[in-house]
Design a protein around this ligand. Structure first.
Ligand code: KG4
Ligand code: ZN
Length: 337
């Protein structure tokens, strides 16, 4: 007897993308729609929460309609609705949570709350089956976390940033170099043209810690630029970009490889917007070769940045495990994994 296919509608509005998607059996994307607001935030040099909320309100119905149209499905054919309940911007999260609750209530569909980071990790399941135990490095504008997973749905945060997220550090350094927002891709591009000749710190922290810290590095960049200016010297922006990137990548990759060896994992997954970084991808690929038993999985970029297919994929696992949210589901900006 063949088992019935499971279709999950995912909804994601935690930051600056309004997204909805339908995923079949947790692995196959049926429809995937992302409305980005990046342009509206660009002139402010960062995401403005009030503007984000307003955009989500304007976009959510359109995005949901477009998703159903792309999938050529009726809401009645959906088995569960998975929505990001946190972490993120509270006003932004609320729009997705309320849309999900309204749909679930009106059509009597089971509702599942998903942690945003679980979503980022489960983006990998849309590419390749997860092999446990595994280690996920989640690096985005809001997060820098090393997560150990023994099995489906069980997350152990073994390291996280103590201050800025990796992407945030990229964006702040980019701003100091007068590059547009979001600065990550610009630094990545410049880094390729420059040489890592400027001496910048590496935040390894205490022996054995898998935590990260990027604010000292960010300050070192700003101070170096400032001091050079005072002395009337010029620093080549591409050399600064290359030096900054070298520091970030060395620590991210170094700690990931150490943790992968220590926890004896079968897979390393890379997730989040900073996974687009060429320096990071290349170094990680190179250094994983030290661990011949370990497989490295990096999803395509469209699944690394915020999307709802990853939320639907994570939600499918929770749904199959019997997890359900009630109509009391609320946005939780500091939800723990
Ligand atoms: O995952 P994401 O799209 O949104 C969040 O959930 O934060 O990540 C966005 C972050 C931004 O900080 C952006 O500068 C960074 O990812 N980013 C990059 C690159 N592409 C995007 N950082 C470094 N190198 C890149 N190529
Ligand atoms: Zn994200």
């Amino acid at each position: 007897m063949s088992e019935k296919d499971i279709f999950v509608l995912g909804i994601e509005t935690s930051c600056d993308e309004t997204a909805a998607a339908i995923v079949k059996n947790g692995r196959e994307i049926v429809a995937n729609v992302v409305a980005s607001q990046m342009e509206s935030h660009q002139r402010f040099g960062g995401v403005v929460p009030e503007i984000a909320s307003r955009h989500h309100v304007e976009q959510i119905t359109l995005v949901l309609e477009e998703t159903m149209k792309q999938a050529n499905m009726n809401v009645s054919e959906i088995d569960a609705i998975a929505v990001t309940e946190g972490p993120g911007l509270v006003g932004a999260l609320l729009i997705g949570v309320n849309a999900a609750k309204a749909l679930a209530f009106a059509h009597r569909i089971p509702l599942v709350g998903v942690h945003h980071i679980a979503g980022h990790i489960y983006a990998n399941q849309l590419v390749q089956d997860m092999k446990f135990p595994l280690l996920a490095l989640v690096v985005s504008g809001g997060h820098t976390e090393l997560i150990y997973m023994k099995e489906h749905g069980v997350f152990e945060v073994i390291g996280e940033t103590r201050d800025d997220a990796a992407g945030e550090a990229y964006d702040k350094v980019a701003r100091a170099l007068q590059l547009p927002y979001p600065g990550g891709p610009h630094i990545d591009r410049l880094a390729k043209q420059g040489k890592p000749t400027i001496d910048l710190p590496r935040a390894w922290l205490e022996e054995g810690s898998y935590d990260f810290s990027f604010s000292g590095l960010k300050s070192a960049v700003i101070n170096t630029l400032h001091n050079a200016k005072q002395r009337g010297e010029t620093i080549q922006p591409e050399d600064m970009a290359a030096s900054f990137q070298a520091s970030v990548v060395e620590v991210l990759v170094g700690k990931t490889i150490q943790a992968a060896a220590h926890y004896d994992v079968k897979q390393i997954l890379l997730a989040g917007g900073v996974a687009a970084n060429e320096g990071l991808r290349t170094q990680l690929q190179k250094q994983v070769e030290q661990l011949p038993e370990v497989e490295l999985v990096i999803p395509p970029l469209s699944l690394c940045t915020d999307n709802a297919a990853m939320i639907a994929a994570a939600g499918t696992v929770l749904f199959q495990q019997g997890k359900r949210a009630t109509m009391a589901l609320n946005a939780n900006p500091s939800l723990l994994l």
